[in-house]
Design a protein around this ligand. Sequence first.
Ligand code: GLA
Ligand code: CA
Length: 778
Amino acid sequence: MKKILFLTLIFSLMACLPMSAQKAGTFEAGEGSFMLNGKPFVVKAAEIHYPRIPREYWDHRIKMCKALGMNTICIYIFWNIHEQQEGKFDWSGNNNVAEFCRLAQKNGMYVIVRPGPYVCAEWEMGGLPWWLLKKKDIKLREQDPYFMERVKVFETEVGKQLAPLTIQNGGPIIMVQVENEYGSYGTNKPYVSEVRDCLRSVGFDKVALFQCDWSSNFEQNGLPDLTWTMNFGTGANIDQQFRRLGELRPNAPKMCSEFWSGWFDKWGARHETRDAKDMVDGMREMLDKNISFSLYMTHGGTSFGHWAGANSPGFAPDVTSYDYDAPINEYGLATDKFYKLREMMAKYNNGKALPSVPKAPMGIITVPKFEVNEYAPLANGIDQIVADRNIKTFEEMDMGWGSMIYTASLPEIPSAGTLTVDAHDYAQIFINGNYIGKIDRVKNDKSVSIPATKKGDQLTIVLEAMGRINFGRAIKDFKGLVSDVTISAEVDDHEVTYNIKNWGNCTIPDDYETAKNAFTAKSKMFRANLPEGFGKPGYYRGYFNLSKVGDTFLNFETWGKGQVYVNGHAMGRIWRIGPQQTLYVPGCWLKKGKNEIIVLDVVGPQQTTVWGQDKPELDKLQLEKSNKHNNPGDRPDLNSDTPAAQGQFKGGNGWQTVKFGANKKGRLLCIEAASTQSGNEIVAIAEIYALDANGKRLSREPWTTKYADSEDERGNHTGDKVYDLQESTYWQTSKGASFPHLLVIDLGGEQTISGIEYLPRAEQGAPGSIKDYKIYIK
Ligand code: GLA
Ligand code: CA
């Protein structure tokens, strides 16, 4: 009787399963190991992101991961690419994540899904949709009723797409992540619990749930019923990373849920790389210790269109390429790192040979130089014009991405003065069509000098937004001019401040339709009154002919700043300063014969030529001024100052605190290192916090680097790395530069400081860690 009942159950279950579905299975965190269908299992996951790879290439990239010896694909779900307008979901084409998971399964891979709602990932706003900001006072990633309501709507849709694909339902999904590194944002267990409950309620009730964080902060939000995993990068001391977890949960399986193979690039700094050997050694050590991992990124791909995010503190927008110095490069090919890793992984494949490395779906082509010189003025892209007393942000204009032109009539200001405004992110100022200067948020610019004006002079501000910040508290990143515009000038021996009112607010959305229509649209009734001579911001169109289709790298080093569209596909941002000078154009988006390109250049090109190379250029800076902070004039004179503290740090990894004898007031935090633990001359610091009078960490939002005697710029180990919120990045002096080393941080204003917290490098033995130190507050 029992048997018959059982069989009927099986048959009725089978009847509701789709044809392709496989046998149901189980996956859970067991004692000391993950358990797959009841047997111990080490997760070897490859992180790749479906929107960063053209759909035509998904299968190839998955096969490349498999050829590395991986058994799982790890993905984020990017909320804002699926719900670009509130309530309108798109899971089709390149957004068809269910299809992506089925493809992984077809290739014999498991899948880990990280549905946010926040994902970080160097992605616009960390994956959150910009339209959330239309509710100005919204609290993101907290129990704000509107935020939580939208999270639930989104996750319900995710559930519809992916819950049928969990392992319990015969699909490939073995684990689902709750939120993302919440410890780097705050402490809020009720919020994290609500996200967990939400995920359970949308169909992820049987699949294993986990939380990822850093070893230094995972306890802040760790929920008792979830699996805890750690994130850390190449070179990190692995035992140290799992020490605390081992103390709290001695029998829990260990997993590095993001082992960083490389790092992302930001505009204006050198291309990041990480050593292949360190990466392979770390992964071998984990395999020897039965530690599961996900290699972030195994293949980074490209942040096409306007999807690249920005880092903070400060404003550090990410480049379009997400190559990441990963083993599989941006365009899907195996690198040296790939082969080194594959060789090691082959030894951990139960004696079986690894699948062969698949052939690339397309070859690489070059494109001879061609002209892109059909021109349409920027103003032709204007969509809405709103006259208002006040200046409006993008969000107030109901526009997500793009540029705005702001115009106002000036009063008579009899002497030269300073125009001040908070511009997100890149503003060019014109008076009567003449270029006056720019305010670049990357450089922390807030103002520009302007000449005396006559009543009725026309002020025009051309503003371009870059990606919204994706990390830290600054993710609430409104775009446009986000403060009043004021002009201060000396008038009759008095400083007078004029608050400019009555604005024309004009939106220029960033999309192909707008760009294309700019060439046919009659310029809207409004004229931006921009000069013909200066750079000529605007739309440029050209064509190139192909006899053979393939992947290529279009070079834009003679262009200014903006966006590129090829055959209607948004390819990504360009910016003269580099380091990225070429855009990856996948052959699957090109065609034989005539191909169209439109460049929106908000600054204007020096030459209107473009060509296709067979290699990317990801490391060519064309800066107006070097990034180094070693200008002797910026070095404060500390000779007659008494240190706030001096002594010796301990050796080894992990945070150390220095309490000052007495609170100190000042604006500059100066750290002097006279020796290192190892005895060699290279000093490194991963992170620094300053503590306020109550011993609490001060916000590092306004911090800038004032001076560093030496910075190893080749590895991007600049001073700002000590307050970039990333424990895996660090300031490091160059080989040969002699003691004492000095790093001076401008705190952005006077502060009362009671001590500091210091973190040396995360690598085994904490290379570069300081011994004798002096700290000054000035
Ligand atoms: C963190 C985040 C990732 C990514 C990496 C850096 O670990 O979780 O999304 O931003 O940093 O690349
Ligand atoms: Ca750092």
